[in-house]
Ligand binder design. Structure first.
Ligand code: NAP
Length: 260
């Protein structure tokens, strides 16, 4: 059993829906004070209402994570409302698909700015609040795509997700002396609004490649983030957890078929 998260202040970027919402839900159920972050006000309000049923403090802040001023305002607001910031889940991300030979520099920059640059900006903005507390936990949502696997159409996305891990490893070294840990969760295929938008065929074909035979849930990622955020994980930094139902493991089609 982990030490209680009651009254811990948590900021989860990209939590108006999808994996971020699952992470926020797990923290809200653990009685933490949660700040929902997204660009869409309607989705953010809906998520706050859904999570409030667990009895904790849940607020929202509208911010585009690619905008440094908005990110800094987010941290100020979260700290003022929730008594500082203990935990940051840098989760916001996009995954538009485009074959390499059709990809423009603007396509590349859009994905790298949203997924990788924003990760740096969000982490940098939260550190002063964690230094004030004398501790902190930062959890980045990366992916298996890039760090471990490849998928045609996602070279920009894969580069952004692999880049996040390079960032995590060096940031964890620089922040260790402040008692701030930086770790990453690598989801496989998780049933989110973003993934549903890729179509039913994509979902079916991905589920067939997973030894556990199903896509992951948003809460599956939430519990991995909760572990990294716990007092008990305080000596773990610069590390990753893959949460993918065994998807990356089979060495061949035969090995995969043997799991069915
Ligand atoms: P999703 O369902 O599309 O949700 C994306 C979330 O990010 C939304 O809350 C969205 O909020 C927010 N967001 C996107 N761009 C933003 C921006 N510029 N500023 C602020 N918020 C922004 O996607 P998801 O599947 O949950 O993905 C979440 C994270 O998990 C991403 O980093 C993704 O790479 C990673 N991941 C997902 C999977 C999967 O299977 N789903 C697998 C591996 C990794 P608004 O629309 O309100 O702005």
């Amino acid at each position: 059993m982990f030490t209680s998260f009651e009254n811990k202040s948590v900021v989860v970027t990209g939590s108006s829906k999808g994996i971020g919402k699952g992470i926020a839900k797990v923290f809200a159920k653990s009685k933490a004070k949660v700040m929902i972050v997204g660009r869409n006000k309607e989705d953010s309000i809906k998520t706050v209402q859904e999570l409030k049923v667990h009895g904790g403090t849940v607020d929202y802040f509208i911010a585009d994570v690619t905008n440094q001023d908005q990110v800094e305002q987010l941290m100020r607001t979260a700290s003022d409302k929730h008594g500082g910031i203990d935990i940051l889940c840098a989760n916001a991300g996009i995954f538009p698909q485009k074959p390499l030979l059709e990809m423009t520099t603007d396509d590349w920059d859009f994905v790298l700015t949203t997924n990788l640059r924003s990760c740096f900006q969000t982490v940098k903005a939260v550190v002063p609040y964690m230094q004030k507390k004398g501790m902190g936990r930062i959890i980045v949502t990366s992916s298996i795509t890039g760090p471990v696997t490849g998928y045609p159409g996602w070279s920009h996305y894969a580069a952004s997700k692999a880049g996040q891990l390079g960032f995590v490893r060096t940031a964890s070294l620089e922040l260790a002396k402040y008692n701030i840990t930086v770790n990453a969760v690598l989801p496989g295929n998780i049933l989110t609004e973003g993934l549903i938008a890729l179509g039913e065929d994509y979902q079916k074909s991905m589920a067939a490649t997973i030894p556990m035979n199903k896509l992951g849930s948003i809460e599956d990622i939430g519990y991995a983030a909760l572990f990294f955020a716990s007092k008990e994980a305080g000596y773990i930094t610069g590390q990753t957890i893959i949460v993918d139902g065994g998807q990356i493991l089979p060495e061949s089609i035969d090995a995969l078929n043997a799991t069915k």
